[in-house]
Structure formats: C-alpha cells, structure tokens
Design a binder for this molecule. Sequence first.
Ligand code: ZN
Length: 247
Amino acid sequence: MKYAILGDIHANLEALTVVLAKAEEENVDKYVCIGDIVGYNSNPHECLELLMQLPLVGAVRGNHDEYAVRELDLAGFNAQAAAAIQWTRQQLNGKECEWLRALPYRLNVVDNGCRFQIVHGTLDSPEHWGYIFDRYNAAASMQYQGLQLCFCGHTHCPVCFDRHLNGSIQDGGYESVKLMTNHKYLFNVGSVGQPRDGDWRAALAIYDTKAATVTLHRLEYDVAACQEKILAAGLPQRLADRLAYGV
Ligand code: ZN
C-alpha cells in the first residue's frame, strides 16, 4: 500500500495539482491530509474540492482551517496571515465549513492492517498549535506517540525524528528513510503550498508500507501563476513574494 501524505496545502492549487499528478504517477493507493488546507493562497474552494474527491483515509485540522471556520480572535497571527484568514472566511461555503469543522486535531489511521498517527502540530497538545522545531519538542510529542509512525506538519519544513531503542533521537532532512523495527519515527512532511525550508518546490511524502520507506519528493510548479492569483484576489504582496524563495 502506498499513501501520499499531504501537508500544509494552503489553498495553492498550482502546487496541489502537480503533487497529485506525481502521486498518481507513483501509483499511490490512498491519501492522508495533515491540515492547513486553506489560508495564505487564493484557491481554497478548488483545493478542498480536489481533496474531497480523493480516497482519503484520514485528515486532521490545521490552525488556519480552524480559524477560517470559527470567529476566533486573530491576534496570534502575523498581519499577512490574518488578512488571508479573513479573506478565506468570506470565500468558504457552508459545505466546506462543515467539512473543515469536522476534522479532528489528531487521528490514528487504521487502514488495511496499516496503522499510523497524524497531527498538524504536536501530539501532546494539538489544540494549542505548538511547533516541533527540534529534538526536545519532538521528544515531548513522541511521549504521546502510541504507534511506530506519526506524520505532522505546521512548520512547513520537512524533517525526520528517529527515536532509537535507547531513547535518543536523531533528526535531519530526508529523501528516503527505511523504517527499522523498534525505532519510532515522527516525520514532518513539509508543505505542498508554502514551503519554508529555503526550497520553493512543493513537498510530497509517500509512505510505502511494502518497502517500509518514507520518501520525500520536491516538485516544481507554476509559482508565477499562483502569485498572479494571490495579487488579483487582493491578498498581501508578501504572500506572493515568499513563494518564490520557499520562506
Ligand atoms: Zn501551515
């Protein structure tokens, strides 16, 4: 079984289209979504519509999803992010809001004998939207990780945290990781629609259960088209600019 793990899509239709084409080319069977489907970019409807058509075995809520469908105070967001959430609130229809509101904070995916966890931010308190930047943050989260494998997002930076039998955790970027028995893994799958690791290309992680591997693909997409739409929608210039740099 092959699963495509989609993180932080952020309403970027150009990036999502390329990612889904690659997943199909790689003969992915099913899809998983790590949240933040909306926010920042200008195609929330189109991205939600595409997602709803996929064979999704699990999806969790991101902070942008939550704030887009609830009238919560936006003081915790920077000015551009808050402007995009306000814009997104005016775009979503009733069905889309309902679908986003139903997403859980964390989920144990059980599918055809495969089991793994998914969460947007942290496993220890996902509703507080903390970030896993380093091994110390990862250790706190992994205490709550009941399964060998967990996928997360939120920082928009792909990283693999690999906990050995003796409890020590190694971390680093990854292209392909062979999963070892008795190790526990927490993968940040990076971002489809707004990468921030200095690489502007869309991220797509594929979990291959037969090969016991997690592989990260980086894919070029039409950034200029996405930028034009952001500006045409009246969203902040900075949200268009940052896509070209992956920041
Ligand atoms: Zn995000």
